[in-house]
Design a protein around this ligand. Structure first.
Ligand SMILES: Cc1cc2nc3c(=O)[nH]c(=O)nc-3n(C[C@H](O)[C@H](O)[C@H](O)COP(=O)(O)O)c2cc1C
Ligand SMILES: O=C(O)C(=O)c1ccccc1
Length: 379
C-alpha cells in the first residue's frame, strides 16, 4: 500500500497543502479562500464533525488491492472524489483551471468548473480527460446563463450544477475587513462582454447581478435547453431535497457552500442522512464541505453519499505547486481512501455502509441510529 519514502517538506496530508498555501498567498487572498460567512461557525463545523465519527475496523480483510472506482451518470470515476466549483483558480496560481483540470483528468477524477472560472469553458475542456460539469449561477440577464449552458453542452461538459444556496454571496467578514477585491488580472473569462461581467468585489456584484427571483422551475428550463442532467448544489434539508427531486434534478449536492453562505446551518455531514432518506434512492446524493482526508471520504459514503467534492483543498494544492500540486493532493487523497477501505474491510465503495461508522453519542453502528427499524444486533 505504501509508496516510496517522502522527500523532506513534501506534504503528507491535505492540511499540509493548506499550510504551504498560506505561506504562498497574499493574506487577503488566503482569507478570501479560507474564510466563511459570519462567525464562521458552520465553516468550523464542516471539518469538526468528521472528528466526531468513529470508524469500525475489520480484521484480516483479505483485500489485496481495493477498487476505489465508482460510476456516476454512466461515467467511471477513479475514486468517489471530485473537485467542487470554486471561483478564480488563477487567484491561487497562474496554471488556473486548466492546471486543475489536467491534474484531475490524469487521475480520472471530475472537475466542476465555476461560473466564475478564470479560463474559458473551452480551454478547460481542452485540458481535461475526465468528466467536466459546469456550475451555474443564474443572472438577472437570463441570456448570459443560457449561453453558458449551451457552451458547456457544445464543449462536452456532462452535467450542469445549479447552485441553489446563493441568491447573493454571504457576509464574509474577513473580506469586508480586508476590503478584498479580486485583482485586475483575474477575471471571469466566461462572462466577458456579458451584462453579468461585473466588478471585482464578489459580494457587491452578486447582489446586483444574481437573479433573486429564481425558483425550482430553473432546473427543467436548463435541462430542456441543454439536454444535460442538472444537479442542485446547496441542499441541507428534506424539504429542499423533495423540491429538488420534484423539479427533476439528476442529483443533489449536500452543501453549505463551505460555510460561506448562511452561518449557523448544519455541517454538510450532519445534513446528509436527512437528505439521503428524503430522496429515497431517486437520484444520487453527493456531499461537499470539510473533506480533508481519505477517511472523511469513507465516512461520507458510509452515511449515503455516492461521492464527495473538495473545494479549498484544490486551491491550496494549486497555490502550493500548480497543476502538479493538485495532482499530488488528489493522489494522496485517493491513497488515504484506499487504505481506509482496506482497514475497514471494503474491496469496493459499493459496500461502504452505515455499519462502517459510529455516530457521536452512540456506542453502536450508524445503522442502528439512522434506520431504527432494522433488526440487527451488534454486541
Ligand atoms: C474561494 C471559493 C470560491 C467558491 N466559489 C464557488 C462558486 O463559484 N460556485 C459555487 O457553487 N460554489 C463555490 N464555492 C463553494 C464550493 O463549491 C464548495 O461548496 C465548498 O468549498 C466545499 O467546502 P470545502 O472548501 O470545505 O471543501 C467556493 C468556495 C470557495 C472556498
Ligand atoms: O461562491 C463563492 O463562494 C464565491 O466566493 C464567489 C466568488 C466569485 C463570484 C461569485 C461567488
Amino acid at each position: 500500500m505504501t509508496s516510496a519514502a517522502p522527500r523532506a517538506g513534501e506534504p503528507l496530508t491535505l492540511d499540509d497543502f493548506a499550510e504551504h498555501a498560506r505561506r504562498e498567498l497574499l493574506p487577503e487572498v488566503w482569507d478570501f479562500i479560507a474564510g466563511g460567512a459570519g462567525r464562521e461557525r458552520t465553516l468550523a463545523a464542516n471539518e469538526a464533525v468528521f472528528g466526531t465519527v468513529r470508524l469500525r475496523p475489520r480484521a484480516l480483510p483479505g483485500i489485496e488491492q481495493p477498487d476505489t472506482s465508482v460510476e456516476v451518470f454512466g461515467s467511471s470515476w477513479a475514486a468517489p472524489v471530485g473537485i467542487a466549483p470554486v471561483a478564480y483558480h488563477s487567484l491561487a496560481h497562474p496554471d488556473g483551471e486548466t492546471g486543475t483540470a489536467a491534474a484531475a483528468g490524469r487521475l480520472g477524477l471530475p472537475l466542476v468548473v465555476s461560473t466564475f472560472a478564470g479560463r474559458t469553458l473551452e480551454e478547460v475542456a481542452g485540458a481535461a480527460d475526465a468528466p467536466l460539469w459546469l456550475q451555474l449561477y443564474c443572472f438577472r440577464d437570463a441570456g448570459t446563463t443560457l449561453r453558458l449552458a449551451l457552451r458547456a453542452r457544445d464543449s462536452g461538459y456532462q452535467a450542469l450544477v445549479l447552485t441553489v444556496d446563493t441568491p447573493f454571496t454571504g457576509r464574509r467578514l474577513r473580506d469586508l475587513r480586508n476590503g478584498f477585491a479580486v485583482p485586475a488580472h483575474v477575471t471571469p473569462a466566461n462572462l466577458s462582454g456579458s451584462a453579468a461581467a461585473g466588478s471585482a468585489t464578489p459580494g457587491a456584484h452578486s447582489r446586483l447581478a444574481f437573479d433573486r427571483s429564481l425558483d425550482w422551475s430553473a432546473v427543467a428550463r436548463l435541462r430542456d435547453l441543454s439536454g444535460l442532467p442538472v444537479l442542485a448544489k446547496g441542499v441541507l434539508t428534506a424539504r429542499d431535497a423533495e423540491a429538488a427531486v420534484g423539479a427533476g434534478v439528476a442529483g443533489i449536492i449536500v452543501s453549505n457552500h463551505g460555510g460561506r453562505q448562511l452561518d449557523g446551518v448544519q455541517a454538510s455531514l450532519e445534513a446528509l442522512p436527512e437528505v439521503v432518506s428524503a430522496v429515497r434512492g431517486s437520484c444520487p446524493v453527493f456531499l461537499d464541505g470539510g473533506i480533508r482526508s481519505g477517511a472523511d471520504v469513507l465516512v461520507a459514503l458510509a452515511l449515503g453519499a455516492r461521492a464527495v467534492f473538495v473545494g479549498r483543498p484544490a486551491l491550496y494544492a494549486l497555490a502550493a505547486g500548480g497543476s502538479e500540486g493538485v495532482h499530488r493532493m488528489l493522489t494522496l487523497l485517493i491513497a488515504e481512501f484506499a487504505d481506509t477501505m482496506v482497514l475497514t474491510g471494503h474491496a469496493s465503495p459499493g459496500t461502504i455502509d452505515a455499519d462502517t461508522v459510529i455516530l457521536p453519542g452512540h456506542g453502536r453502528p450508524a445503522t442502528e441510529t439512522t434506520a431504527p427499524h432494522t433488526d440487527r444486533s451488534h454486541g
